[in-house]
Design a protein around this ligand. Structure first.
Ligand SMILES: Cc1cc2nc3c(=O)[nH]c(=O)nc-3n(C[C@H](O)[C@H](O)[C@H](O)COP(=O)(O)OP(=O)(O)OC[C@H]3O[C@@H](n4cnc5c(N)ncnc54)[C@H](O)[C@@H]3O)c2cc1C
Length: 433
């Protein structure tokens, strides 16, 4: 029997190095990264990336044959908890979304030529990528309804469609596009992935959609969510990534580990908000006492600590299931943490913001930005409701309707059964009266 919550000492040392490095070198950059612009940020991060590489912590999500560590999801999760404390830390460690997930797909399904042309430069930080699946006119939560089509034209593919929320699309060198290639196949086998260089004729990046995160339209910034038209975009046959009809299988393989990383990064954000909430409670004095002495604030601190601990253990457990039994076995655990983790992030940030009053609502603190970030977590990589449905389906699979629809725990029925079964005991009691 093994049941162990410890981290091996060598890796613990690396985690401590990461925590110190992120706090010392990356947190200070956060305050000016928008002023630096994309080129300035890239230049500021470059020397940090060298230090990360020297510590053997670059692009650790990939298998060893591609220069990663093959460290497994538990270790990766612990790492992402630290990187999540800063929106720009993943850039310094070569595992920022969506490039990290896209590099996983390329590593899994790419041909040697695709790896040479796209994966290796992506890992080296020389190229940027985007994942282009969601469409404005079909539900992203049910991608079997995708309308974007890729049709064979001789040796080539011709793509027509309308996508949006392709994160980093406006700064990407190439797009991984999900398109229907076999409309008559079973829904889960209709779509394929294609690699499309952004400068291919017919790729029209309309805008970066303004969002809660970036309420004003700006084009070409890091983290923008692009709306893209694909108008007769012609790419060669070799653009197909994986087999024809394999799009959803590849997407699932990409999303499972990615969701674990998201949940651990959210815990990093939640922890930072929690620390701010506790700090505020120690000095703000109102109505005759410190906030720390008010029961509501104490409840928020205790509830947040409990919920973060629960989310952390659930997420690491999902990672452990994935490491020990594979991605398929972890499906329900991953669905569970995706909606629970998003709620914990939201609630902790919300309480921290409330404890800071108008200061929390202002842009003088990062809490309002964390709050906007938290709201999106309930939507991307599958909305909460879909993950709840997955969990409920799995749970309900273990239940059957009771005989004659009488609940199994119906007390009068159980009493009757018990009286029959234990009649001898009851008789003995009556005889003693
Ligand atoms: C910040 C951010 C980044 C993103 N990045 C990318 C990206 O890089 N690439 C990409 O392709 N996409 C990206 N997306 C899109 C994202 O994946 C989709 O928004 C998501 O899958 C939901 O699809 P939808 O927006 O079309 O909503 P819909 O599918 O229309 O769903 C709308 C709502 O319907 C309800 N609903 C749906 N299904 C059910 C159900 N089964 N039961 C009950 N209620 C249900 C839910 O409340 C859901 O929120 C991003 C989105 C955000 C917010």
């Amino acid at each position: 029997m093994s049941w162990d919550f410890s981290t091996d000492p060598d890796y613990q040392e690396q985690l401590e190095w990461m925590a110190d490095f992120v706090r010392r070198e990356i947190w200070p950059l956060e305050a000016i990264w928008h002023e630096l612009g994309l080129d300035g940020l890239t230049a500021a991060i470059a020397p940090l990336q060298e230090q990360v590489k020297a510590h053997g912590l670059w692009a650790t999500h990939l298998p060893p044959e591609l220069g990663g560590q093959g460290m497994g999801q538990v270790k990766l999760g612990l790492m992402h908890e630290i990187l999540g404390t800063s929106p720009i830390a993943p850039l310094a460690f070569g595992n920022a979304a969506p490039d990290s997930g896209n590099s996983e797909i390329l590593a899994m399904a790419g041909t040697p030529e695709q790896k040479d042309r796209w994966l290796h430069p992506l890992l080296a930080g020389d190229l940027r990528s985007a994942f282009s699946m969601t469409e404005p006119n079909t539900p992203g939560s049910d991608p079997t309804q995708l309308l974007t089509r890729a049709v064979r034209a001789g040796e080539d593919w011709v793509i027509d469609g309308h996508k949006w929320f392709s994160s980093n699309g406006s700064i990407a060198d190439f797009l991984i596009v999900m398109a229907v290639t076999s409309p008559d196949a079973r829904p889960s086998q209709r779509a394929s992935m294609l690699i499309v260089p952004t400068d291919t004729p017919g790729v029209e990046i309309l805008r970066d959609v303004p969002t809660m995160e970036h309420p004003w339209e700006q084009f070409g910034g890091y983290g923008g969510h692009s709306e893209i038209l694909y108008n007769g975009v012609r790419v060669p046959g070799e653009a197909l990534l994986g087999a024809e009809g394999e799009g959803f299988i590849l997407a699932q393989q990409r999303l499972g580990p990615g969701r674990i990383h998201h949940c651990m990064r959210w815990l990093g954000v939640a922890r930072r908000a929690f620390d701010m909430m506790c700090e505020r409670a120690t000095y703000r004095h109102a109505h005759g006492s410190l906030l720390a002495q008010k029961q509501t604030v104490q409840n928020w601190i205790a509830d947040s600590a409990a919920e973060m601990q629960a989310a952390r253990l659930m997420t690491l457990h999902a990672a452990w299931v994935m490491d020990t039994q594979g991605a398929r076995a972890a499906r329900t655990d991953v669905a569970l943490i995706k909606f629970y983790g998003a709620k914990v992030l939201h609630d902790v940030v919300d309480r921290a913001l409330q404890v800071h009053g108008s200061l929390g609502y202002s842009t003088d603190l990062p809490l309002e930005q964390m709050y906007r970030f938290a709201r999106a977590a309930r939507i991307y990589d599958g909305p909460d409701e879909v993950h709840r449905q997955t969990v409920a389906r799995h749970v309900l699979g273990g239940y059957e309707p009771p005989a004659d629809e009488v609940p199994s725990e119906h007390l009068p029925t159980r009493r009757e059964q018990a009286r029959e079964r234990f009649a001898h005991l009851l008789d003995a009691v009556t005889a003693n009266d």
